[in-house]
Structures are given as C-alpha cells and as structure tokens.
Design a protein around this ligand. Structure first.
Ligand code: NAD
Ligand code: ZN
Length: 243
C-alpha cells in the first residue's frame, strides 16, 4: 500500500483539481457512530428507519428524541486527524472541494472552508411550515416549536427519500465533472447519489481513489484503494505536500 500512497501523494502535489467526498467513516474515530457498524442501532431502531420523512410524520417525538440524542453525543465529539488532514489538504491545493455526506459539522470545526454539506447539518433546525431556519447548538425541547408560527421544527438534515437541498446536486455534479483527482473517504457507497459520484468523476477522466476501513462495492472500479483508518491514511497523504 505504501507505493500507492506515494503515487496518490504525487497526484495531489501536481496542481490538479481535487474533489474529496466523505461519509460517516471519516467521523468514526471521533466517536460518531456510523449507520452500518455494530454500534449503528439506537434503542433497537435502525437509524435509516428514523431518518426519514414518513417516520417523522408518524412519530415526531421519537424522531426528535433520536436527533436530540445525536446532537448531545456529537456535540461532545472533536475533529480527528482525518478531518484535520482534509483541512490541511485544502490549504495546499488551490483547486479543491470537499463534499461531505456527514451532518456532524466536524469538517467545518476542523477548519475546512471549501465545503459542501450535502445532507445538511444536525446544528441547523427549520420549520415544518414556514421559512424559519436557524443554526442552533443549544439543547432543544422534546418537541421544539417555531418561534415565528408555532409549528413543529425539524432537524435541518436531508432524510432518506428526500431530495437534496436545491442547487447542491448541480454544484456537486459540475465540480466532480471537472475534477482531475476524486477521493472518496469513509463511505459504504450505499446512499445515492453520492455512491455514483466516483463514476461521474471517472467518466470525465479523473483518477479515482478510495480510502476506507474495508473494501466497498466501488473498490474494484477505483484506480487506487487505500484500506485502513482514515485517521492514519489521510495524514500520510498530506505530509510533505508543497506550499
Ligand atoms: P456508512 O455508515 O454507510 O459507512 C461508513 C463506512 O466507513 C463503512 O464502509 C466503514 O467501513 C467505513 N469506516 C468506518 N470507520 C472508518 C475509519 N476509521 N476510517 C475509514 N473508514 C471507516 O456511512 P455513509 O456511506 O456516509 O452513509 C450513511 C448516511 O448516513 C450518509 O448519508 C450520512 O449523511 C448519514 N450519517 C452521517 C453521520 C455523520 O454525520 N457523522 C453518521 C452516520 C450516518
Ligand atoms: Zn414556522
């Protein structure tokens, strides 16, 4: 794997446009549970069964209980060396974009600025009825209400089965289509459309790299597959980058 790491480093040092896609695995070493690991269940519910609009419509109290638990847990988590390495990568590579599926806010906390949070943020809440939307890190009531209209608030995240925030997909597609190096980190590639981004990058001539704890369904299609902890591999990739 060392030879592959050196080759990827050379690509990153060559002034190329780099787009990185991250998933839950990049935050695992910060103590944020992924959805598909052994630690994935919450009170015997699968997160995928709660992070969806029909679950919220049927039992908003349960879904808010899950989100308030996640906000409390993740509020105590800190960025790890993988987040820090990506913030560092941005400082070395002029043409760089980080697209994350994560809603934990840890990339921004680590200093990433050229960042798209394509599934929104746990720290954003919005009204189910009017246009009220705000960033809020404080503890919320069990059923938080909109200060403007009194209707129920909801987490400002994109749930399974919901469309992405308008405009986000368009920007992501345009950026990925012009990437020369595409790196996916810590994603099981089971959630669309992100799971297909590598294909888009490849179709437009990018070199594709996977960094993940274990092989995924996309591994065989990648030019480089670096398997191990993101918190070990990403710092290696940025060590010694010029500028
Ligand atoms: P996932 O849980 O489906 O997959 C995580 C992947 O990361 C797995 O393939 C696993 O092998 C790998 N992984 C685990 N630990 C790792 C490590 N230390 N280093 C490198 N790789 C590691 O996550 P996903 O593909 O992002 O899809 C889940 C969806 O749920 C996403 O859409 C995301 O929005 C959401 N989600 C977000 C968070 C978060 O914000 N941190 C957490 C859970 C789920
Ligand atoms: Zn409202």
């Amino acid at each position: 794997m060392q030879a592959d790491i050196e080759m990827v480093k050379a690509l990153l040092d060559g002034g190329r446009k780099v787009v990185v896609l991250t998933g839950a695995g990049v935050s695992a070493e910060s103590g944020v549970p992924t959805f598909r690991g052994n630690d994935g269940l919450w009170k015997s519910h699968r997160p995928e069964d709660l992070a969806r609009p029909d679950a919220f419509a049927m039992n908003p109290e349960l879904v808010w209980e899950f989100y308030n638990w996640r906000r409390e847990l993740i509020g105590k988590c800190e960025p790890n060396p993988a987040h820090q390495a990506l913030a560092e990568m941005e400082r070395h590579i002029p043409n760089f974009l980080l697209i994350t599926q994560n809603v934990d806010g840890l990339h921004a906390q680590a200093g990433s600025r050229k960042l798209i949070e394509m599934h929104g943020s746990l720290w954003q809440v919005r009204c189910t009825s009017c246009s009220h939307s705000r960033e809020d890190r404080a503890e919320l009531p069990a059923m938080p209400e909109c200060p403007d209209c009194g209707h129920l608030l909801r987490p400002g995240v994109v749930w399974f089965g919901e469309p992405l925030i308008p405009g986000v997909l368009k920007v992501a597609i345009a950026q990925i289509s012009s990437a020369e190096v595409f790196i996916s980190v810590g994603t099981s590639n089971m959630v669309q459309p992100a799971a297909s981004f590598y294909q888009l990058a490849k179709d437009h001539g990018a070199v594709t790299v996977e960094v993940n704890l274990e092989p995924t369904s996309n591994t065989g299609f990648m030019d480089f597959a670096l398997h191990g902890k993101a918190g070990d591999i990403l710092p290696e990739l940025v060590t010694g980058l010029s500028k």
